[in-house]
Design a protein around this ligand. Structure first.
Ligand code: DLL
Length: 432
C-alpha cells in the first residue's frame, strides 16, 4: 500500500518545484539561525539569495559528523531549546556521540516517513508490530514505534534483546511484523530452530530490517529462516532516524522520502556530484527539519541513485542497497576489502551460517585477514576429511574473489558473539 500517494507519486516536475521551495526556505533558516552555517556560507562567499534552483545545492557547504561533534551537544540546533521535544544520540564507537534534536513538527515528519516505510513493506492497521530495535537514545525503537502508531497498527514495544521473551511474544501475541537489525533477525531465526518452533506456524509475515549493512544473500537467508518477506529500511540519526528510505515489494532499491530529504551521490575524493548508477557517498540535505536541519550531510554510506520509474508506482528516487561505509572499507596489504563482499561469498555457501567475523591483524609488517564463520551443525561432523573439503571450498572462494590470502576458521554453532543491535563484523587489531 502507498501511504501518502500525493507525496510518494509526484511527477518529477512537481517534486523539483517542491524541493526547490523547501531548499530556499531551509537556506534562509540556517543562515539566520545557525551561526555555524552562516560562517561557513560567508566563507564560501554565498548568501541565501544565491540559491535559486535545485542545481544550486552544489554551492552549499557540506556537513560532517565531525562538525556535529565540534558543536556538541546542541550547537547546531536551529530553534530555541524550548521548541525541542526530544533528543536522540547516535551510537558512535569513537569520540563523543552526536546529539540530534526534534521539534514537535520533526516528530510528526519522523512518524510520517516511518508510516510510509511500514506501508511500503505491506503493513496495515491490522498488523501487530514487534519493535525489537533498542529503545533509548538510539532512534530505532522509538522511531518505528511512532510510525507504527501513525499507521494505526498495534505496537509491541519489547525493545532489543531478551530472545526468550521475543519468541514468547511472537507466539502468544501473534506479531505479524518484526522490526530489528538483520543480524538479530538471523539470530532469532536460529533461536526458533533451536527451540523446535516451526516459523511457518507463527503469524509473522513481514520483517523491517536495517541499521546496519546487509546483503541480498543475507535477506534470502533470513526470509527462508523466518518464513517472511524482509524489507530494507535505511536511515541515520543525523537526518531523522529510520525511514529516510525503504525498499518496496519489487526489492530493487530503496525509495527515498524526497519531499523531506534531498539525496546526492558524490565522489568522496573530488566531492563532485555523480550521475545515476554511479556508486559513491550518499549525501542528504534535510529540507523540512526544524530542530537540526543539515546541509549536504556526508553519510559515509556507499550507494547509487536510480531515477527510473519503479513498477510499484512510487516516483521517488531509489538508492541502491547500501554497499558498505567508506570508513568500513578495509585496506589489507593494499587491497580494498568490503565486509559486504565477504558476507555475499559466505552466504552463498550452503554449509555456512549467517554468523561471521573478520579479524584484521598485523604480524610484523604484514596485514592478515582472518575470517571466522559458523558452520551448520549438520556439516560439522567428526569426519576430518569432510570438514577439510568445506574449508578448502570456502577459502578458495574467498581468496579468488577478494584477491588476497585469507586465514579461514570454521567454528561451531554459537561460537561467534551474537548482537542484539548492530552486529560487530570487523575487529581491526591493527588500530588497537
Ligand atoms: O541506525 C537508524 C536506523 C534505525 C535505521 C533502525 C534503520 C533501522 P544510526 O545509529 O545513526 O541510525 O546509524 C546510521 O547505520 O549511516 C548506515 O551506515 C547504517 N545503516 C542504517 N540503516 C541501514 C541499512 C540508525 N538499511 C548508520 N543498510 C547509517 C545499511 C544502514 N546500513
Amino acid at each position: 500500500m502507498i501511504w501518502n500517494q500525493p507525496r510518494e507519486c509526484m511527477s518529477r516536475d512537481e517534486m523539483t518545484h517542491l524541493q526547490t521551495a523547501r531548499l530556499k526556505d531551509l537556506v534562509q533558516r540556517v543562515y539566520h539561525n545557525v551561526p555555524f552555517y552562516r560562517t561557513k556560507m560567508q566563507g564560501l562567499g554565498i548568501e541565501p539569495a544565491d540559491i535559486q534552483e535545485l542545481g544550486d545545492i552544489v554551492k552549499l557547504p557540506f556537513t560532517t559528523k565531525q562538525d556535529l561533534r565540534d558543536n556538541y551537544p546542541f550547537g547546531l540546533f536551529a530553534v530555541p531549546k524550548s521548541e525541542i521535544v526530544r533528543v536522540h544520540a547516535s551510537s558512535g564507537t569513537t569520540g563523543k556521540s552526536t546529539v540530534v534534536g526534534y521539534t514537535r513538527k520533526d516528530i510528526d515528519t519522523f512518524s510520517e516517513v516511518v508510516a510510509r516505510a511500514l506501508a511500503s513493506a505491506g503493513a496495515t492497521k491490522e498488523d501487530f508490530v514487534q519493535v525489537a530495535y533498542g529503545y533509548g537514545l538510539f532512534t530505532g525503537g522509538l522511531g518505528i514505534h511512532y510510525g507504527a502508531e501513525k499507521l494505526g497498527a498495534a505496537v509491541i514495544p519489547v525493545s532489543g534483546g531478551n530472545t526468550e521473551k521475543q519468541i514468547q511474544l511472537l507466539q502468544d501475541f501473534g506479531s505479524t511484523v518484526l522490526a530489528c537489525t538483520p543480524s538479530y533477525a538471523a539470530y532469532l531465526s536460529e533461536a526458533l530452530e533451536d527451540a523446535g518452533i516451526d516459523p511457518a506456524s507463527l503469524p509473522l509475515r513481514i520483517g523491517v530490517f536495517g541499521a546496519e549493512p546487509w546483503t541480498q544473500a543475507m535477506r534470502q537467508k533470513i526470509e527462508e529462516g523466518l518464513k517472511i518477506t524482509a524489507f530494507d529500511i535505511y536511515g541515520l540519526s543525523e537526518i531523522i532516524g529510520p525511514g529516510v528510505s525503504i525498499s518496496c515489494e519489487y526489492q530493487d532499491g530503496l525509495h527515498i522520502q524526497e519531499d523531506h530529504f534531498i539525496p546526492e551521490i558524490i565522489n568522496p575524493e573530488t566531492l563532485e556530484q555523480m550521475g545515476d548508477g554511479v556508486t559513491g557517498e550518499l549525501v542528504f540535505t534535510t529540507i523540512t527539519k526544524e530542530g537540526l536541519p543539515l546541509l549536504r550531510y556526508r553519510t559515509r554510506d556507499l550507494s547509487s541513485l536510480n531515477h527510473a520509474p519503479c513498477q510499484c508506482g512510487r516516483t521517488n528516487v531509489r538508492m541502491a542497497k547500501i554497499f558498505g561505509r567508506s570508513d568500513d572499507m578495509l585496506i589489507i596489504r593494499g587491497v580494498n576489502v568490503f565486509p559486504s563482499s565477504v558476507e555475499s561469498i559466505l552466504l552463498d555457501i550452503p554449509e555456512a551460517k549467517p554468523h561471521y567475523q573478520l579479524i584484521v591483524d598485523r604480524k610484523g609488517t604484514l596485514d592478515t585477514l582472518e575470517v571466522q564463520v559458523e558452520i551448520d551443525d549438520r556439516f560439522f561432523s567428526d569426519e576430518v576429511v569432510a570438514l577439510e573439503k568445506i574449508h578448502q571450498k570456502i577459502k578458495h572462494k574467498l581468496e579468488s574473489v577478494l584477491g588476497i590470502s585469507v586465514i579461514l576458521r570454521l567454528v561451531e554453532h554459537n561460537t561467534i558473539a551474537r548482537s542484539e543491535g548492530k552486529a560487530k563484523r570487523v575487529i581491526d587489531r591493527r588500530s588497537l
